[in-house]
Design a protein around this ligand. Structure first.
Ligand code: SF4
Length: 401
């Protein structure tokens, strides 16, 4: 499943990014990686008890894949052979782009651990989606199929189990599981005893990984042999501070040879219970930076870890932890606070305004109307992150509408 030839890596990178390619890189770790005659491949880890070994860096599919085919080629060369997409990403173009790549390089299909997801949440809808995904990606099977973005483990009921077993028996999927950005700890704890969930992708980062609840949830899944993929590992918040402390911290990491973003990846990789990190890398420079972090063996120092912890504590009121089971029931009407917080994060922290707007605009008109006039006081009182929920909901209405 791994590609071995790296001799063209540096040349390919420069060809793709232009002459200024190396200059685009922020970290010395990346410059060192690209200067190597034989850069090492991204390491692998076992994915739970599935028997599959996966690259510890997974390429997220939220970018214009049809028009960036060289990114996929380069990812394979560097060993970024775990690819994550979803039926809905880029309006279907993400899967179509992967299919375009496999049509040109069919020999690479066997090297890739291919993941896609469906938000249908109904058995009929998921069956339709899986057929569409197979067709779009020009493959006869999906390695890991996720029920996308569940908010409660109750979604993974007996019918869902039977659906997954049938899809496996038909050879359409190898492994089955779910992704979650909401109530992650409860979803993980609920999945551990089920015995038929092969893998989970969940929000997990330096802000969340040290809480007791998250530790317990991850331990339970690791003991149950469930493969875990971390996402949203940069911990991007909804309230951007740009404080002088943050700027100082970024500079300090650079002196150690890596960027703040690379340090945040390293913090997650330090937990061996996490098989892989799914990262959105819409540019060759970011792919190089993250790959360099994955192969770089320098450990975070105690001071680095402390800096990340301090940052997590200082920014607590700017980061939504996805615990929607706490705030949403406190509202007098149904408003998907957690989803809106995520869309704000896509726009503000990821800088992906178009995607954030398109997701926000997919909310029903009556939901947006309710959002504008709702009183959020009770939800704010319950929020463990002390988020200014009302203010942020109103800002989302202006910014993303
Ligand atoms: S707004 Fe607060 S309570 Fe609601 S999901 Fe975010 S962190 Fe949790």
């Amino acid at each position: 499943m791994r590609f071995v030839s790296n001799e063209c890596s540096r040349r390919q990178f420069l060809k793709t990014t232009g002459a200024a390619g190396l200059g685009l890189l922020a970290s010395s770790a990346a410059a060192e990686f690209l200067s190597a005659q034989e850069p090492p491949l991204v390491p692998t880890r076992p994915f739970g008890k599935t028997g599959a070994n996966v690259a510890i860096l997974s390429m997220g599919g939220m970018f214009d894949i049809p028009n960036n085919q060289l990114m996929l080629r380069q990812a394979v060369k560097w060993g970024v052979t775990y690819w994550d997409t979803a039926n809905s990403y880029e309006g279907g173009n993400s899967e179509l782009g992967i299919g375009k790549y496999f049509a040109k390089y069919p020999e690479d299909r066997g090297k890739i651990f291919l993941v896609t997801k469906s938000t249908a949440w109904t058995l009929k809808g998921m069956t339709e989606h899986i057929h569409l995904s197979l067709e779009r990606m020009r493959t006869d099977h999906i390695d890991l199929f996720f029920v996308h973005a569940i908010r409660s483990i109750s979604t993974m009921d007996k019918n869902m189990q039977r659906w997954g077993e049938k899809a496996k028996a038909e050879g359409k999927i190898r492994f089955f599981g779910f992704s979650t950005h909401s109530n992650m700890e409860e979803c993980l704890l609920g999945a551990a005893p089920l015995g038929w969930v092969d893998g989970i992708m969940m929000t997990y980062n330096y802000r969340l990984m040290h809480t007791d609840a998250m530790r317990r949830a991850v331990d339970a899944c690791a003991r149950a042999g469930i493969g875990l993929t971390a996402m949203k590992t940069q911990g991007g918040g909804q309230v951007l501070t740009g404080s002088s402390e943050e700027i100082k911290q970024g500079g300090r990491f650079l002196q150690s040879g890596y960027t703040q973003g690379q340090a945040r990846l390293k913090a997650v990789w330090e937990n061996p219970q996490i098989a892989s990190i799914c990262s959105q890398m819409p540019s060759m420079a970011l792919l190089a930076e993250n790959t360099a972090a994955a192969v770089n063996k320098t450990k975070l120092s105690a001071l680095d870890r402390e800096a990340l912890n301090l940052h997590a504590q200082a920014g607590v009121a700017g980061y939504c932890a996805g615990c929607t089971g706490i705030c949403e029931p406190a509202l007098a009407a149904s408003v998907p606070v957690g989803r809106v917080m995520r869309y704000l994060m896509y726009g503000r922290s990821y800088g992906n305004r178009d995607f954030a707007r398109s997701r926000f605009q997919s909310l029903p008109a009556h939901t947006r109307a309710v959002m504008a006039r709702l009183d959020y006081t009770a939800a704010e009182a319950r929020c463990p992150q002390r988020m200014p929920i009302g203010r942020l909901m109103r800002e989302a209405l202006i910014e993303l509408a």
